[in-house]
Design a binder for this molecule. Structure first.
Ligand code: GAL
Length: 694
């Protein structure tokens, strides 16, 4: 009987796996390439205008809309009294124009009755200041009441819409983030979380190093959430708090997803729309989501981009990096919000350059995205976001420049859909330079908490390698410890500060099997609890890199030094490690002017069938990093491009996509047998070209 039971269980498990795989494949048919939609807030407008709006939206080519993101007060106007009638009506009208709907859980805007009944759901900051009703995202994911009420509302929503075939999927919350809350619930949940992590107070004391400065605890009840702004606060207490808030965010999303799944058809997918804060720790941590989406705003008055007018197009690596970060995290990724025009919340809010919105649309497409949506259809007339653009302007009907660019993108995608051939191979050179960047947000937390020099920028350091790879035209995946390294001929682990033996062994096997590893300064200095080794600096990586690390220097910014590589010098002023290579390790660059002039700064060695390159210095502009990678790829016979800043070329589904954020036109090298479907070989500023591979 037990054997039979086990067999049946295994069979049913196999069936579930197949069904889930099947379900996933069905969400976004490959031949559709991408689907485009737009946010609509029926509750903001007179209901007599809804039909006109959906008709116009559909006429522009939008395929789905997005409801109820901030509508908790309309959905549950009084405790336990739900009103779905208005949303039913909007849904029916959207469906009349063949618009599918994404249903949102409006948890980031709790209604005033809930806030006044339980003021403790509001965030309390480290200075004792409490948020109030009147904005959004003022409630704490660590409030037990907030969680309970949220899940109740989500359950009612899922009961009502979970079987509705007009709803394609769910978005949980809005741009979930991590909250530092000092309310009693948060304090208690933090203590419980610590107890669960450490088991005993002695284990916590040991890890936190509480013998230092007389910090020893005798019971978990004595521990408080750390005051991050207080000078000298215990680093492990802060690290654990970062971990805790990230897990509060991911578990809140998971709890909501589980609630939806109780009532919803598996045909409806579940996601959330994340701000790409790479060092946050919760993106990718909610295991109940079917795939992830990100939100992106490109022009908000910051002085970024190429050339003096670059701020009207934005940073050329901003969408690229989000694509490459989100894609490996789940079976698909999408972009839930992509700026439609001017915003209201920047320091200065300039107009994007005409063509910018379409450029961004094609750029997110180029990374492989399956869904793109924009915030929002109509420009708001009231509320905090006055002057924020939409697809149509303040009159509710006239398309904006960005609106017309969305329309054009949709028409162009329709053209591609006709020309799509399943299974077209991507160019061999593109695949040959596929590179992975090993990333762990805990390194960012660790280094930012203990910078050693305020000149250090953790994400900026990674960008120096990432931007180079994009100039090479390399497809890049951000990967994690557990990923399959062997899929990538080159793997870069920039400033991977916190490391363990298992990872060092895995990296060593990767290299011995033929992989080419690039490690950079600060790597391996500490263990996962941010403790230094009781050994020389970064000692556990010496065997791998073929060198010792004698010490490191952090010069004053006004007396920067330089390193010499292949007769060229590169300025640096943040972090420089003095390397002491072992026999068999080759020196590529040395320090120039300091008392350690002549000491190696960049080294490389062969190990098994592969190579390890160690870049012990962080150069000012990333030019040294670029030279090192050029030299390495050249040695490895990996073909690379040399795109100027702002030009990116990617391939997906048998199409090549080129975009230009630069201030000069660029001549694309498109193979003669490729058919150009959009644009021309000459790529002007804000230009896009799409070609079909043979
Ligand atoms: C996003 C947010 C949207 C909207 C938008 C305005 O960050 O998710 O709800 O506020 O900004 O640009």
């Amino acid at each position: 009987m037990r054997k039979l039971y086990l067999l049946l269980l295994l069979m049913s498990l196999a069936f579930t796996v197949t069904v889930n795989a099947q379900k996933r494949a069905d969400y976004f048919p490959q031949s559709q390439l991408i689907t485009t939609g737009v946010y609509y807030y029926p509750e903001h407008w007179d209901s007599t205008q809804w039909e006109r709006d959906f008709r116009n939206m559909a006429a522009m080519g939008f395929e789905f809309t997005h409801f109820a993101e901030f509508a908790w007060a309309q959905l549950e106007p009084k405790e336990g009294k739900y009103d779905f009638a208005w949303l039913d009506k909007a849904l029916a009208l959207a469906a009349k124009y063949n618009l599918k709907v994404i249903m949102c859980t409006s948890t980031c805007t709790p209604p005033v009755w809930l806030v006044r009944k339980h003021p403790s759901i509001l965030l309390l900051d480290e200075n004792g200041v409490r948020e109030d009703h009147g904005s959004r995202q003022a409630a704490s994911f660590s409030s037990n009441y907030y969680r309970q009420y949220s899940l109740k509302m989500v359950a009612e929503l899922a009961k009502h819409y979970g079987k509705d075939s007009r709803i394609v999927g769910w978005q949980i919350d809005n741009e979930p983030t991590s909250y530092f809350d000092y309310n009693p619930d948060a304090q208690q949940r933090f203590r419980d979380w610590l107890k669960n992590r450490y088991g005993t107070i002695d284990a916590l004391n040991k890890t936190w190093g509480t013998s230092f400065w007389s910090q020893t605890y005798s019971d978990f009840s004595e521990i408080n959430i750390p005051e991050h702004k207080q000078w000298g606060m215990n680093l492990n207490q802060r690290l654990d708090h970062y971990r805790f808030v990230a897990s509060e965010t991911s578990s809140f999303l998971d709890d909501q997803a589980r609630e939806i799944k109780k009532y919803a058809s598996p045909r409806q997918w579940i996601t959330s729309n994340y701000i790409p804060s790479y060092g946050c720790g919760y993106i990718g941590a909610s295991k109940e989501l079917d795939f992830l989406t990100y939100t992106r705003y490109m022009v908000y008055g910051e002085d970024q981009g190429v050339g003096p007018k670059g701020y009207r197009l934005g940073d050329p690596y901003r969408i690229a990096m989000s694509n490459d970060f989100f894609r490996p995290l789940s079976p698909y990724y999408g972009v839930m919000e992509l700026q439609p025009g001017q915003v209201n919340w920047g320091r200065i809010n300039p107009q994007p350059l005409p063509g910018a919105v379409r450029l961004w649309l094609w750029h997110q497409f180029a990374g492989g995205s399956k869904l793109v949506c924009t915030y929002r259809y109509r420009a708001p007339l009231t509320g905090y976001e006055q002057y924020h653009y939409g697809i149509v302007g303040t009159d509710g009907v006239t398309p904006t420049t960005g609106g017309l660019e969305y329309q054009k993108f949709i028409q162009e995608v329709n053209l591609l859909r006709k020309d799509y051939t399943l299974g077209t191979k991507l160019p061999s050179g593109y695949l040959a330079r596929k590179t992975a960047i090993l990333f762990n947000h805990e390194n960012i937390w660790g280094m930012d908490m203990n910078k050693q020099t305020d000149q250090w920028n953790s994400l900026g350091h990674i960008s120096k390698y990432y931007n180079t790879l994009k100039s090479f035209g390399a497809p890049v995946d951000f990967i994690v410890d557990s990923s399959d390294f062997l899929k990538y001929p080159v793997l870069i682990a920039p400033a991977y500060q916190q490391i363990d033996k298992a990872l060092i062994d895995k990296l060593t096997s990767y290299v011995k099997a033929g992989g080419n590893l690039v490690l950079t300064c600060r790597t391996g200095h500490k263990d996962h609890e941010m403790h230094l080794w009781e050994a020389k600096f970064a000692a556990p990586i010496y065997d791998l890199i073929g060198s010792e690390i004698e010490s490191f220097d952090l010069p004053m910014p006004q007396s920067q030094d330089s390193v010499l590589m292949d007769n060229k010098t590169y300025a640096w002023k943040t972090w420089g490690e003095l390397l002491k290579p072992l026999p068999g390790t080759e020196v590529w660059a040395t320090y120039q002017g300091e008392f350690y002039a002549g000491k190696p700064a960049v080294i490389t060695r062969k190990l098994g069938k592969g190579t390890v390159t160690y870049v012990g210095v962080d150069s000012n502009k990333g030019l040294l990093e670029k030279e090192v990678l050029k030299k390495l790829y050249n040695r490895l016979n990996i073909p690379v491009e040399n795109y100027p800043e702002g030009v990116t070329v990617e391939y997906r589904d048998g199409f090549g996509i080129g975009v230009n954020y630069g201030d000069k036109k660029y001549q694309l090298n498109i193979p003669d047998d490729a058919q150009i479907l959009i644009g021309t070989k000459e790529l002007p500023t804000a230009g896009v070209a799409v070609w079909k591979l043979k």
